[in-house]
Design a protein. Structure first.
Length: 263
């Protein structure tokens, strides 16, 4: 596939799954716009990828929990004279405390980051993709959106929004050559559990539950290119989704309440 002259914008590119998307898409020849808060990480990655793959790498340090950030990102892209062909809405995290104990500012920031900023970025960048008749959008949801709900603050609900919204937008955009895929990874090696403060519990989970981010990203990119609206990477995650999804809601509730290792 011809990727020369095409640009991918990846949010949360400073670590984990986002940095892996950046490496994968640079190897495919996409120029990159990397967005996250940690500029030093982005600079190191941009230097590595332009050296190894000869692609153009621009970076923007931005807090995507700031309501002004989507327009800041789109303005930066326009100022560079670039157009985004491939958007990876990946930046995310999960808090880890009781709902009433967590400050509202923290929870509002999570909603802004993973719901509003993610959605507004699509609203800002998709019209030009539709006009050109080609675009690819990966929204990183989670297996949490397909498995029984967890007592994990807003995370399951937020990722359910991302899953459903992606499918709805795919229906609208696909006739115009723009594919939208909700990526629903299970446990994936990254800094996610260090940030959440659950590394100790996570590292006691059996190894077969875990995937390397490279495998997740490979499957996600193949899925969005083929036009699959939902990608559940890895056999174990597919089995979990296939068995728990059809269960009655009362049983899902009980399973989610009993089996959550991070309570
Ligand atoms: N790892 C898993 O097991 C797993 C499973 C299912 C879904 N996911 C989802 O996968 C996505 C990527 O997570 P990961 O596992 O790769 O975790 P990670 O290694 O902790 O990376 C998270 C990325 O998000 C960025 N980010 C967080 N808050 C941000 C903010 N306010 N503004 C800008 N960027 C922000 C971080 O960059 P800075 O800190 O530099 O800003 C970092 O680049 C998330 O949406 C997560 O919910 C992960």
């Amino acid at each position: 596939m011809k990727t020369e002259g095409r640009t991918a914008l990846i949010t949360g590119a400073s670590a984990g799954i986002g940095a892996t998307f950046a490496r994968h898409l640079a190897a495919e020849g996409y120029d990159l716009v990397l967005v996250a808060r940690r500029a030093d990480r982005l600079q190191a990655l941009a230097a590595e990828l332009s050296r190894e793959h000869g692609v153009r790498c621009e970076l923007l340090s931005a807090d995507l929990a700031d309501p002004a950030s989507p327009r800041k990102v789109a303005g930066y892209v326009a100022q560079l004279g670039l157009r985004v062909d491939f958007l990876v809405n990946n930046a995310g995290l999960s808090g880890h405390s009781k709902f009433v104990a967590a400050p509202w500012e923290q929870q509002a920031g999570e909603i802004q980051l993973m719901v509003t900023t993610l959605t507004e970025l699509i609203h800002l960048l998709a019209p030009a993709m539709i006009e050109r008749g080609w675009g690819r959008i990966v929204n990183v949801s989670s297996l949490a959106a397909l498995a029984p709900p967890g007592e994990s603050l807003l995370y399951s609900a937020i990722k359910s929004y991302v899953l459903v919204m992606s499918q709805s937008l795919d229906m609208e955009f696909k006739p115009h050559g723009v594919h939208v895929t909700a990526l629903c990874p299970g446990f994936t090696w990254s800094e996610f559990h260090d940030v959440m403060g659950t590394r100790g519990t996570a590292s006691r989970l059996p190894g077969f539950l875990w995937q390397q981010p490279q495998a997740v990203v490979r499957e996600a990119c193949a899925a969005v290119m083929r036009g699959k609206p939902v990608c559940v990477p890895g056999l174990v995650n597919k089995v979990v989704a296939a068995f728990t999804r059809p269960l009655p809601l009362w049983l899902q509730y009980r399973l989610g309440s009993a089996l959550n290792p991070f309570k």
